[in-house]
Design a protein around this ligand. Structure first.
Ligand SMILES: C[C@H](O)[C@@H](O)[C@@H](O)[C@H](O)C(=O)O
Ligand SMILES: [Mg+2]
Length: 426
C-alpha cells in the first residue's frame, strides 16, 4: 500500500533562552532557540516530523519558505519520493522559480532541511536502506570533480566490513561527545566554574568555550577552564565568525598557550581562502580550524576540503539539505581524510545529528580518531525521544525515526507569538 502525503503543517516554535544567556556567543548575543517545526501526514494516518533550527526573529520567514515548498510535497507518495529521492531533492532545491531565492542556501535551504527531515523521519519508520539506495539519495551535481558516484558507493561497500562490531560497540559504549554547555559567552565566571565542576563530575572530558568578543576576557576564561579541566582534557574555542583573517591569526595565537584543539568559525563562513590561510598559520601551533554550522551546502564543503581550509568538518542536520546532502559531505570528508565532528545543540540538533554521526562511524569512516559530536544540555525535555547521554557518550536512539518529534504540549505553549510562554513575556 502506498503512503500518500496529504498534509503538511509548519509552526513557529520559540524558546526564550536569551533570558538566561544560554546559547550566547560573540555574534549571537541573545539567541532564543527556535524551530520551524514540520509535520507531514499520510492518507493512512502516519506522521513524519522534521524541523530546522533558528535563533528567534526570522523564524516566521522560514515558516513562509516551508509553506512555499509544501506544494511540491503534498500529493506525492512516500514510495514515489524515495524511489527517486535524488530527483525529489532536486525538485525542491532546483525549482525553476524558487531557486532564485537560493539556490541551495539561506532561508530556502533551511526550509528544505525542515521538509526533508520530516520525509526522512517518515521513511526511517518504515524500512532499511542499503548502500545503493543511500547513494541514490545524493545529488552529485557540482561535486563530481571531488567525489563520483562510483567512489561514494565504493566507500560504503568497503565499510560493510566490521560493521556489526561497530554497531555492537556503539550500543555498548555510545559515540564520544563534547559539551558546550559550560561556557556560553554571556555566562559569568562563577557560573562557568560551577557548570565545569558539574560536567567534570559527570565524566565530561572535552569542553568548548566561546571566544572572540574581548581578548582579555578570553584569556581569563580560557585560563580558568584550562586550570579546571587540567592539561589532558580537550579544549576547543569558538569565535562564531567574529574576526577578519589576520585578526583571527593574531587572536588565536594569543590563546595558543591554553592548547585548544580547534578554533571554530574564526571568520566569515563563506571565506574559503581565508580559512585556508588561518589553517596554514595555526598548524605549527597544533591548532586546527573547524567550521560548518553555517556552511550552506555541499559545494562549499567541497571547496573547503579541496583547499585544505578546515581540519574538522562540522556538518549540521538543519543547515544542509537534510540527510541527502549530509551524506554527500560525510563521503567527501572521508575521501579527503578529514574527521567529522557535527554541530549540535540548539533545539533538536542533538536529536537529529546523533543519527548522522552514528551512520558516519558505522557505515563510512569506521574511525573515532579526533572525532566527537557536540552536546548541549538544553531543551531535550520537549522531545518525545530525547537523546540519551551516558558517561559523555551519545547512546544510539532506540525508537524508530529521526527523533525530532516534539511534545505537542511543548509546541503549543512555545508557539510564537500566541503560546502561553510568549504571552506571559509580552
Ligand atoms: C547561537 C548558537 O548558540 C551558537 O553559538 C552555537 O550554535 C555554537 O556556535 C555551537 O557551536 O554550538
Ligand atoms: Mg559553533
Amino acid at each position: 500500500m502506498t503512503k500518500k502525503i496529504i498534509k503538511l503543517t509548519v509552526r513557529d516554535v520559540r524558546f526564550p533562552t536569551s533570558l538566561e544567556q544560554h546559547g550566547s556567543d560573540a555574534m549571537h548575543t541573545d539567541p532564543d532557540y527556535s524551530v520551524a517545526y514540520v509535520v507531514i501526514e499520510t492518507d493512512q494516518g502516519m506522521q513524519g516530523y522534521g524541523l530546522t533550527f533558528t535563533v528567534g526573529r526570522g523564524t516566521e520567514i522560514v515558516v513562509c519558505a516551508v509553506e512555499a515548498l509544501s506544494a511540491l510535497v503534498v500529493g506525492k507518495s512516500l514510495e514515489e519520493i524515495v524511489s527517486d529521492f535524488r530527483g525529489f531533492y532536486r525538485l525542491l532545491t532546483s525549482d525553476g522559480q524558487m531557486r532564485w531565492i537560493g539556490p541551495e542556501k539561506g532561508v530556502i535551504q533551511l526550509a528544505t532541511a525542515a521538509v526533508l527531515n520530516a520525509v526522512w523521519d517518515l521513511w526511517a519508520r518504515s524500512e532499511g536502506k542499503d548502500p545503493r539506495k543511500l547513494i541514490s539519495c545524493i545529488d552529485f551535481r557540482y561535486i563530481t570533480d571531488a567525489l563520483t558516484e562510483e567512489e561514494a558507493l565504493d566507500i560504503l561497500v568497503k565499510a560493510q566490513t566490521g560493521k556489526q562490531q561497530r554497531v555492537d560497540q556503539m550500543l555498548k559504549e555510545g559515540y564520544p561527545a563534547y559539551t558546550t554547555s559550560c561556557a556560553w559567552l554571556g555566562y559569568s565566571d562563577q557560573l562557568l566554574k560551577q557548570l565545569c565542576t558539574d560536567a567534570l563530575n559527570d565524566g565530561w572530558t572535552k569542553f568548548k568555550v566561546k571566544v572572540g568578543a574581548d581578548l582579555k576576557d578570553d584569556i581569563r576564561r580560557c585560563s580558568l577552564i584550562r586550570q579546571m579541566i587540567g592539561p589532558h582534557n580537550t579544549l576547543m574555542i569558538d569565535a562564531n565568525q567574529r574576526w577578519d583573517v589576520g585578526e583571527a591569526i593574531t587572536w588565536v595565537t594569543r590563546l595558543a598557550e591554553y592548547k585548544p584543539l580547534w578554533i571554530e568559525e574564526p571568520t566569515s563562513p563563506d571565506d574559503i581562502l581565508g580559512h585556508a590561510a588561518i589553517s596554514k598559520a595555526l598548524a605549527p601551533l597544533g591548532i586546527g580550524v573547524a567550521t560548518g554550522e553555517q556552511c550552506h551546502n555541499r559545494v562549499m564543503f567541497k571547496q573547503f576540503l579541496q583547499a585544505s581550509a578546515l581540519q574538522f568538518v562540522q556538518i549540521d542536520s538543519c543547515r544542509l539539505g537534510s540527510v541527502n546532502e549530509n551524506l554527500a559531505v560525510l563521503l567527501m570528508a572521508h575521501k579527503f581524510k578529514v574527521p567529522v565532528c557535527p554541530h549540535a545543540g540548539g533545539v533538536g540538533l542533538c536529536e537529529l545529528v546523533q543519527h548522522l554521526i552514528l551512520f558516519d562511524y558505522i557505515s563510512v569512516s569506521a574511525s573515532l580518531d579526533n572525532r566527537m559530536c557536540e552536546f548541549v544540555d538544553h531543551l531535550h525535555q520537549h522531545f518525545r525521544s530525547p537523546v540519551v547521554i551516558q558517561n559523555a557518550h551519545y547512546m544510539p536512539p532506540k525508537d524508530p525515526g529521526y527523533s525530532c518529534e516534539m511534545l505537542e504540549s511543548s509546541v503549543q505553549t512555545h508557539q510564537y507569538p500566541q503560546g502561553q510562554v510568549w504571552k506571559k513575556l509580552q
